[in-house]
Design a protein. Structure first.
Length: 201
């Protein structure tokens, strides 16, 4: 059983230099070479969908993409860019509810492409300070609308992404990775963390 390295479900999620993606037909064809080889060896393979959110630099994104997050706070630290070496993270654009809905749809679309590419399923990366955990964690999520301000609202984005993917490809093909006590990319434990994560179905 293989789970891939983090793979972006959209152009906005490709915040690291040379991160793999699965959001267009060319990428589907490339991944098919991988999944065929795994299956020929009698293995199974899931693609891990990792949207980097604010853990990104604009120089690493495709043309027209933008660095986004639940809130406008910049992630501390630096990251590698092929264009300029180590650089501070780009300030994210706080996602509107329309942008959130679009991102959820992108995850669902990427899930369908994963099936076309021959994957056995997907793993949603909701840990290590990437977009899904950015919504889960109040140290990052400063929203006061329906996607922030309390535990249920912070859980909403992750649950809606998971449901959209389940609707797209089926319950038995969707997993999720969480790590509530991992301190990485500006996240970490917070008051009420256990109750919040236990509320995630």
């Amino acid at each position: 059983m293989i789970v891939t390295e983090g793979t972006s479900p959209s152009t906005n999620g490709a915040g690291y230099a040379r991160i793999p993606g699965l959001y267009n037909d060319t990428q589907v064809k490339g991944w098919r070479l991988v999944t065929d080889a795994v299956h020929q060896a009698e293995g199974k393979i899931f693609v891990q969908f990792m949207h980097t959110g604010r853990v990104a630099h604009l120089d690493n994104l495709p043309t027209g993409a933008q660095v986004v997050g639940p809130s406008p706070e910049v992630c501390s630290g630096e990251m590698w860019t092929d264009a300029g070496g180590m650089q501070a993270h780009t300030a994210p654009v706080a996602m509107t509810e329309a942008a959130i809905a679009q991102t959820i749809a992108e995850y669902a679309s990427a899930s369908k492409l994963a099936m076309q590419a021959g994957f056995d399923g997907i793993e949603l990366h909701a840990a290590n300070g990437y977009l899904m955990e950015q919504f889960l964690n109040p140290l990052v999520n400063k929203r006061t609308d329906g996607y922030g301000g309390n535990a249920d609202a912070r859980n909403r984005f992750t649950l809606e992404v998971a449901q959209a993917c389940v609707d797209a490809i089926g319950t038995d093909k969707v997993g999720i990775r969480i790590s509530p006590y991992r301190v990485f990319n500006g996240t970490g434990a917070f008051e009420g963390v256990e109750d919040q994560y236990l509320a995630l179905p």
